[in-house]
Design a protein around this ligand. Structure first.
Ligand code: COA
Length: 128
């Protein structure tokens, strides 16, 4: 076991806070966008490990958190001086809740991604 956010500087793990309670987690990672089917690693942030507490799902928090993640990524780019232009993620084709949450948060479908071992994914992207 290890706390991976502390092991890799490229990862920025975040707790999702709603009214003072932690309701989920997400990680923004630089230099890893090809893991979501993007053409290169460096030009966008990878959003990964996105999870809302099961008891809090279906209340709109996923949409709000995905939107907040893009704003947080833009701030990181400004603070760290990177070249990223947006955020990319991959979501399983059999995860309608995930796809709906990302779509409502402004992510656009950039096609199918067959990498990884979790079955067919959709690559989704939102610019800053
Ligand atoms: C995906 C996830 C983050 C979405 O968070 P959430 O807080 O439940 O989502 P929201 O309440 O913001 O709902 C987003 C949309 O998904 C829809 N939705 C929820 N469950 C759904 C389901 N089973 N089937 C289809 N749509 C669904 C909602 O209706 C809503 O769309 P609407 O407003 O048009 O009705 C959450 O379900 C989760 O943590 N799932 C487990 C982990 C996971 O799949 N993470 C994403 C990996 S890429």
């Amino acid at each position: 076991m290890m706390l991976i956010g502390l092991e890799e500087e490229s990862r920025h793990p975040m707790a999702i806070d709603a009214n003072g309670a932690a309701v989920g987690v997400l990680t923004l990672q630089s230099g890893a966008a090809m893991l979501a089917g993007w053409a290169d690693d460096e030009s966008v942030w990878l959003l990964r490990g996105f999870l809302i507490d099961r008891r809090q799902q279906g209340k709109g928090l996923g949409v709000l958190a995905a939107d907040a993640a893009v704003r947080a990524a833009a701030k990181l780019t400004a603070a760290l001086g990177g070249n990223q232009t947006g955020v990319v993620l991959s979501v399983n084709e059999e995860n309608p809740a995930g796809q709906a949450a990302y779509r409502k948060a402004g992510f656009e479908d950039r096609g199918q991604y067959l990498g990884g071992d979790a079955g067919p994914q959709r690559t989704m992207y939102r610019p800053f």
